[in-house]
Design a protein around this ligand. Structure first.
Ligand SMILES: Nc1nc2c(c(=O)[nH]1)N[C@H]1C(S)=C(S)[C@@H](COP(=O)(O)OP(=O)(O)OC[C@H]3O[C@@H](n4cnc5c(=O)[nH]c(N)nc54)[C@H](O)[C@@H]3O)O[C@H]1N2
Ligand SMILES: Nc1nc2c(c(=O)[nH]1)N[C@H]1C(S)=C(S)[C@@H](COP(=O)(O)OP(=O)(O)OC[C@H]3O[C@@H](n4cnc5c(=O)[nH]c(N)nc54)[C@H](O)[C@@H]3O)O[C@H]1N2
Ligand code: SF4
Ligand SMILES: [Mo]
Length: 823
């Protein structure tokens, strides 16, 4: 049977419940929530004086009332050692979401660790070490001593290049300014680690090098710009499912035409209308469907390009716009450099682009008109450009990113209300680290080095490469082999003898072994290979700061206790630094030991003050106390002043026409088309029948690390889906829910067929990073010149494995699209 919550009634939030500011710890949007908590022994009442809402709950509430909450927003947790009721509900006063939740964020409470209500009991509570042939719980000092000794021994023998690190670089759960600073100060301050990679890509680099190199920071507008734009250009972003409340609360009003008054007020006598939207995505997403319903089909242009051909489209648009004389000459002259050079180098006709992209020439021309054709009376159109993983993990990422920024600059749309050329974003942001300049460019291809036998010790912070990396099957094969060598060596030593243990581990490392330390909140797939596992506290179990996709910074306050001995990541980094200092000092290496000073933090606030407050632009204005006072609205970075105790931020970047290059000008980039750029991709495309496009779905968060213990998600997706055209399914004698193998020369994986009439023939779309079938197994090792992976351009074959198993018989295979008017 399909999932049903068996909850009869929920407690009423009493008037005296504690209230904490919360930012949803999942996606980039960073919706504001409030956590209400109160002692488990009582609850509020229906009288207005007895409940937090201050309304008479015995009376019928109006449809849009904030005086309610859903079962998924409730739990019983521990707070300062006592049982409390906890409600985490969307905050109507937050300008980001205006009270909207999402199928992910509105489940934060039920996704919390609760021994009383048996939720998320898989959470790690104690450090674990490999002992007696299995992972066993131990103390922090015991675990960290082993990690420090092995790490120090590897550094002694191989130098700091023998220490490999995988680490988050973002905000929200598994990140935040406190934690990026903690890990950053350890690996880039105390040490100069070079073989380090970021959680979602196999090297330490930027996803958006090109934009930055051009002098255009990638989060340069504000969410309100989506309400003000005449045209939105959405490239490789499925915003309804992946940046949900940004789409619902800021795009939809403009698509519906309900933000016209706002536009009129902002733009005086320019003609204003509801937004048009151009969506560049090889597949018809539910975002395309939603836009058609909200804006009307005439206002939506879905450019279903051939996978990986965005660059050709952007170059043709630039060429056409320039030929029509629709560029912003005044802006180009005042604020940019190299326009003519780039225009000449990138020249591509509409006809050529139509060939490459598979689009109709007239659709490309129409797109150019929607982007830059003057409005009635001659005013320039205000066009906002937004992109995410369809571009970022797409073919020739660097140049494609540059080509889109070219178009935004040429049409004068950066720094201007209703404009912007921005990442939509993944996680929230929360980057604060000492300089990474020593890493160099291109940065080391860490996965490749690991596969080749490089490194002796690997510290893994909040990443599960077994589910999320490229070339994943080969990575897992080698990683298991190398870590097994160390496990076998550890099994040969009596545990009490620490010196003999370290010697045995080092012996195995010399034979090609790898010692693996995993810092996470739950047991992971890569954690199966680990020798030490360290339990982290996460957002809400600690105070945590981050910013969202419009640079809006907030503090999520600690509202519950972490499970067991779990600690904030920044403090784990600090304690590890303390142990490394001790171990190096004991070994008579005082000079090395001294580098690990400055980690005497007692709280996450100490890490914040040492990091963000002392080092980041505008950080001096920002403290926990001030952030608390700014509530769920916070301020937009960078902070520029404090007035009457309130932090003053920056609504848009580059509003003054000055860009982030030494001469203050944005630089156009030469981005000539060069086909499928990553090694082996073109051959893969020719050899295999299906495009294995891949990405996300609304109700699953990332590698499903919490979802795997959530019945709501597991009931819907016991196996990862693969969307297929029904005619392709018929050819393979597949029925809905049947299990298929997806395979190519990189590896193989398994998924559940989901008939999708809107899918183009031979173009499948598979859920990424799912534990029951890892799409990354079939993604090749091919990257660009800066080691940016190319997850999206993957081709493979599909064959039937089995009829739909029992576990999928209850599933619906309906289309997720919704009709224009209630059917
Ligand atoms: N094929 C394919 N592969 C992809 C992508 C794709 O589109 N296609 N996308 C890429 C992208 S954009 C991303 S972001 C990555 C995601 O790749 P990963 O970052 O590896 O995966 P996540 O599931 O986001 O999180 C990793 C781990 O963080 C842990 N965690 C959560 N909160 C905390 C915390 O507070 N502290 C600690 N220490 N751990 C915590 C979780 O338990 C989880 O095990 O995948 C990438 N891989
Ligand atoms: N529900 C949910 N939301 C999330 C996440 C989640 O796991 N679940 N993860 C968060 C994270 S970390 C990230 S990075 C973001 C990612 O957010 P998105 O980038 O929106 O998500 P994806 O599904 O990875 O990819 C977006 C689209 O790229 C398209 N695409 C594939 N190939 C191409 C191409 O060649 N060109 C173009 N133009 N498009 C192409 C795909 O068809 C897909 O619809 O989502 C964030 N939000
Ligand atoms: S849209 Fe993103 S930030 Fe907002 S509630 Fe949903 S998952 Fe959380
Ligand atoms: Mo991401």
């Amino acid at each position: 049977m399909a999932y049903k919550r068996q909850i009869g009634r929920l407690p009423i939030i009493p008037a005296d419940a504690k209230e904490h500011n919360v930012v949803c710890h999942y996606c980039i949007v960073g919706c504001g929530y409030k956590a209400y908590s109160w002692d488990a022994r009582y609850e509020g009442g229906t009288a207005a004086s007895e409940n937090k809402f201050g309304v008479d709950l015995a009376a019928q509430q109006e449809a849009e009332t904030a005086a309610w909450y859903a079962p998924s927003m409730y739990n019983t947790v521990r707070q300062d050692g006592r049982d409390v009721h906890l409600v985490i509900k969307p905050d109507k006063e937050c300008v980001v979401n205006s009270g909207l939740g999402s199928v992910r964020g509105a489940r934060m409470a039920e996704m919390s660790y609760s021994r009383q209500r048996n939720t998320q009991l898989q959470r790690l509570t104690d450090p674990l070490v490999w002992r007696y042939g299995q992972l066993q719980p131990t103390s922090w000092d015991d675990a960290l001593d082993l990690v420090a000794r092995v790490t120090a021994a590897v550094i002694d023998e191989q130098g700091e290049d023998g220490l490999f690190v995988s680490a988050f670089d973002h905000g929200g759960a598994g990140g935040g300014y406190e934690n990026t600073w903690g890990t950053g100060k350890l690996y880039f301050g105390a040490m100069k680690v070079k073989n380090i990679r970021i959680h979602n890509r196999p090297a330490y680099n930027s996803e958006v090098h090109a934009s930055r190199d051009m002098g255009v920071g990638e989060l340069n507008n504000c969410y309100e710009d989506a309400e003000l734009a005449d045209t939105i250009v959405a490239v490789g972003t499925n915003a309804l499912e992946t940046q949900t409340n940004y789409f619902l609360n800021h795009w939809v009003p403009n698509l519906r035409g309900t933000s016209l008054a706002k536009k009129q007020a902002e733009f005086g006598n320019e003609p204003v209308d509801r937004a048009r939207i151009i969506i560049v995505d090889p597949r018809r997403t539910v975002t395309v469907n939603a836009c058609e319903v909200e804006a009307g089909k005439d206002n939506v242009l879905h450019l279903a390009i051939n996978s990986g051909t965005d660059l050709a489209l952007f170059n043709a648009l630039l060429t056409h716009v320039a030929e029509k004389g629709w560029t912003d000459k005044a802006f180009i002259d005042a604020s940019t450099s190299d326009f003519d050079k780039a225009l000449a180098a990138n020249r591509m006709t509409v006809g050529e682009a139509a060939q490459i992209t598979g689009l109709a020439a007239e659709d490309i021309v129409r797109a150019a008109e929607w982007i830059a054709g003057p409005k009635e009376g001659g005013a320039r159109r205000r066009t906002m450009f937004a992109y995410e993983k369809g571009l970022i993990w797409g073919n020739d990422n660097y140049r494609t990113n540059g080509a889109l920024v070219n178009l935004a600059l040429a049409t004068g749309n950066i720094g201007r209300p209703g404009g912007g050329c921005v990442r939509m974003g993944g996680h929230q942001e929360g980057y604060s680290r000492p300089s990474d300049a020593h890493v160099g460019r291109p940065a080391a291809y860490v996965d490749k080095l690991l596969i080749e036998g490089g490194g002796g010790v690997h510290h893994v912070w909040a990443c599960d490469h077994y589910k999320t990396t490229l070339n994943a099957m080969e990575f897992k094969r080698v990683y298991k082999k190398r870590t097994d060598l160390v496990k076998d060596a550890m099994n040969s030593v009596p545990y009490g003898d620490r010196e003999a243990m370290v010697a045995a581990i080092m012996g195995a490392i010399r034979q090609g072994g790898l010692f693996s330390v995993d810092v996470d909140i739950v047991p992971t797939k890569i954690g199966e290979a680990a020798h030490v596992i360290l339990p982290a506290a996460t957002s809400g179990e600690m105070n945590l700061t981050s910013m969202n996709g419009e640079r809006r910074m907030r503090l999520t306050e600690r509202y519950m206790d972490p499970p067991g001995q779990a600690m904030p990541d920044c403090l784990i980094a600090a304690r590890l630094a303390n142990h490394l200092e001790r171990v190096f000092r004991a070994a008579g290496k005082a000079e090395v030991a001294d580098k690990f000073k400055g980690f005497d933090w007692k709280s996450e606030e100490d890490a914040f003050m040492d990091g963000y407050h002392a080092h980041e632009k505008g950080g001096a204005f920002v403290t926990y106390e001030r952030l608390r006072a700014m509530g769920t609205n916070g301020f937009q970075e960078p902070a520029v002043a404090v007035e009457n105790g309130r932090i003053v931020g920056t609504k848009r970047l580059y509003a003054d026409g000055k860009f982030s290059r030494p001469d203050g000008k944005a630089q156009f980039m030469e981005t000539a088309w060069r086909g499928l750029q990553a090694a082996g991709k073109e051959a893969e495309r020719e050899k295999f029948a299906f495009l294995i496009n891949n990405g996300r779905t609304n109700d699953v968060w990332q590698s499903a690390y919490l979802d795997v213990e959530n019945e709501f998600v597991m009931d819907r997706w016991p196996y990862p889906f693969i969307e297929m055209n029904p005619d392709d399914m018929a050819e393979l004698t597949l029925k809905e829910g049947d299990l298929v193998e997806v395979y190519n020369d990189n590896g193989s994986t398994q998924a559940m067929a989901y008939p999708t009439p809107t899918a183009r023939r031979k173009q499948a779309f598979m859920l990424f990073a799912y534990p029951a079938g890892v799409q990354g197994n079939v993604v090749s090792a091919g990257v660009n010149e800066f080691i940016i992976p190319n997850y999206k351009q993957t081709w493979g074959n599909i064959r039937k494995i089995a009829d739909a198993p029992e576990g999928v018989r209850h599933l619906s295979f309906k289309s997720p699209e919704y009709p224009a008017s209630p059917a």
